[in-house]
Design a protein. Structure first.
Length: 194
């Protein structure tokens, strides 16, 4: 069975770049955010359930999900965030499990909600990618074309990580070169596991 490296951390910390470096080393990258987009596409059961829970104002013209509108509602209150996760997580987990079964190499599972979704339990190791708040804010604002307030709301919606365990690797405020070396270190360590 393939080894699984869970990759988690707050938005804007560098998880995507870290996963790119793992892919360069031969990992199959499974991006839970991309899967979340696919399960909420127009006509999906998840989208219908989200509209029931949050109202038709989360829809853009043409019936597609307006992610910014949903985020502004769902991340404004922990109970609403929980509702969002209860609707989307089962469908996302089903696709993730299928992709893991089909993978032909070590898997890098990019999942910001790794612990919240219980996915840490299937991982051989977890790499936590983190950065200071100002760095993350500027990256989110640039990447997602958001205001500072919207980016702050997104950051506050993420719960602090669980206490460290023996299989966790941690990177904080790494440069691109440091992140590349960190990816190599984690990959080599995990592939040596029996």
């Amino acid at each position: 069975m393939n080894k699984i490296i869970g990759v988690t951390g707050p938005s804007g910390a560098g998880k995507g770049l870290f996963c790119t470096y793992l892919a360069d080393l031969g990992c199959t990258v499974i991006d839970s955010d991309k899967i979340a987009h696919s399960v909420t596409k127009k006509g999906s059961k998840c989208l219908a359930d989200l509209v029931k829970a949050f109202g038709p104002e989360i829809l853009a013209k043409g019936g597609r999900l307006n992610r910014r509108k949903l985020a502004s509602i769902a991340f404004s209150d922990p109970k609403k965030t929980q509702t969002l996760n209860q609707i989307t997580h089962p469908a996302i987990l089903e696709i993730i499990n299928d992709k893991i079964k089909k993978a032909q190499s070590t898997v890098a599972l990019d999942a910001p909600l790794l612990y919240e979704g219980g996915l840490d339990k299937i991982c051989d190791a977890v790499a936590v990618i983190d950065a200071d708040e100002e760095t993350r804010l500027s990256r989110i604002m640039a990447r997602d074309h958001m205001t500072r307030e919207a980016a702050l709301t997104r950051l506050k919606a993420k719960k602090p990580l669980e206490p460290a365990d023996k299989k966790r690797y941690y990177s904080y405020n790494a440069s691109k070169e440091q992140l590349r070396e960190f990816a190599r270190e984690v990959f080599e360590s995990v592939t040596r596991l029996k």
